[in-house]
Design a protein around this ligand. Structure first.
Ligand SMILES: NC(=O)c1ccc[n+]([C@@H]2O[C@H](COP(=O)([O-])OP(=O)(O)OC[C@H]3O[C@@H](n4cnc5c(N)ncnc54)[C@H](OP(=O)(O)O)[C@@H]3O)[C@@H](O)[C@H]2O)c1
Length: 270
């Protein structure tokens, strides 16, 4: 298949009888990498995606050392035909049991009153919103046909209410949250679960680059543990940490004027 670009260091081991297949994008990042390590057991086939080839090789080696069979990929997730060809080939071998669409990016305005630069914002919408939806469109029919599967979409607590420090990011995360919530009811009769994950601050290059305060920051390993537990229980929503989730949830339910005032008071204004 022409558009499939599996890395040369891909595991050469063959499929094992009863292994579970877990597909993780953003596996070269902090949260995706921590999730990959949590899922890396001898009864698991991990399909790990990342663009940074060195980081991908490193996470592949770490997961193989834990006994998992690993197939790494750096296919362009934002190229619709390449993405489709890759997922079709994966499904022809084995439909993934779990898809975790973790790849994502952030942008923020460069100065007071400035909008985010369009090329950056467009790239953000592509990877944070369009790509996970396209992946779902490819994988959900195969999971439905098999009568089993779990789709995991990574939103953010920034999806509860738009933040002036990251309006585009908030929009993408609110969008993927709403999509996942809708999809869950649509696919439940076919035994396909959908989980929306809303992390607070988790230590990572992306988190480090964000402006504004970062209360209750968690290490990625802790986030991955909570996310995996929620996925295994087919929870509709996994949101953490509790104090920040509770606070930001209020922003979504309070009258908009009060929420706007609170956002500014909390230090997220421009
Ligand atoms: N960290 C937080 O505080 C936080 C909070 C809420 C939600 N989240 C969400 O959690 C997810 C993971 O974030 P993280 O904290 O682990 O960030 P990270 O360490 O910066 O990792 C980001 C990952 O996304 C991948 N990626 C970015 N743009 C891509 C593109 N165009 N195509 C393919 N892959 C792309 C990166 O791949 P390469 O490095 O290989 O290019 C990397 O693996 C994101 O969706 C993020 O929005 C994070």
């Amino acid at each position: 298949m022409n558009d499939v670009r599996l890395n040369p260091q891909a595991s050469t081991s063959t499929a094992r009888g009863h292994e579970r297949c877990v597909l993780i994008t953003g596996a070269t990042g902090a949260i995706g990498g921590a999730l990959a390590k949590r899922y890396a057991t001898p009864d698991t086939h991990l399909v790990l995606h990342g663009r940074n080839v060195e980081a991908l090789e490193s996470i592949t080696n770490a997961c193989q050392a834990q006994g998992a069979r690993v197939t790494p990929s750096s296919v362009d997730l934002t190229d619709d035909s390449a993405l489709g060809a890759w997922l079709d080939e994966l499904c022809a071998n084995r439909v993934p049991d779990v898809m975790i669409a973790c790849a994502g990016k952030n942008t923020h305005p460069q100065g007071p009153g400035e909008l985010e630069a369009w090329p950056e914002l467009q790239a953000l919408l592509d990877i944070n919103l369009t790509t996970p939806i396209r992946m779902t469109q490819h994988l959900a029919p195969a999971m439905k046909a098999r009568g089993k599967g779990q789709l995991v979409l990574i939103s953010s607590l920034a999806g509860w209410h738009g933040l002036p420090t990251t309006p585009g990011y908030s929009a993408s995360k609110a969008g993927i949250k709403a999509y996942g919530e809708g999809l869950r009811g649509l696919l439940a009769p076919y035994n396909v679960g959908v989980t929306v994950v809303m992390p607070g601050y988790v230590s990572s290059p992306m988190c480090d680059a964000m402006p504004g305060p970062k209360p209750f920051e968690w290490p990625p390993e802790r986030a991955a543990r909570v996310i995996q537990r929620g996925i295994d229980a087919n929870r509709a929503r996994i949101s953490f940490p509790f104090p920040l989730n509770f606070g930001t949830w209020w922003l979504a339910v309070l009258p908009a004027g009060i929420s706007q005032w609170l956002v500014k008071r909390l230090g997220f204004g421009q």
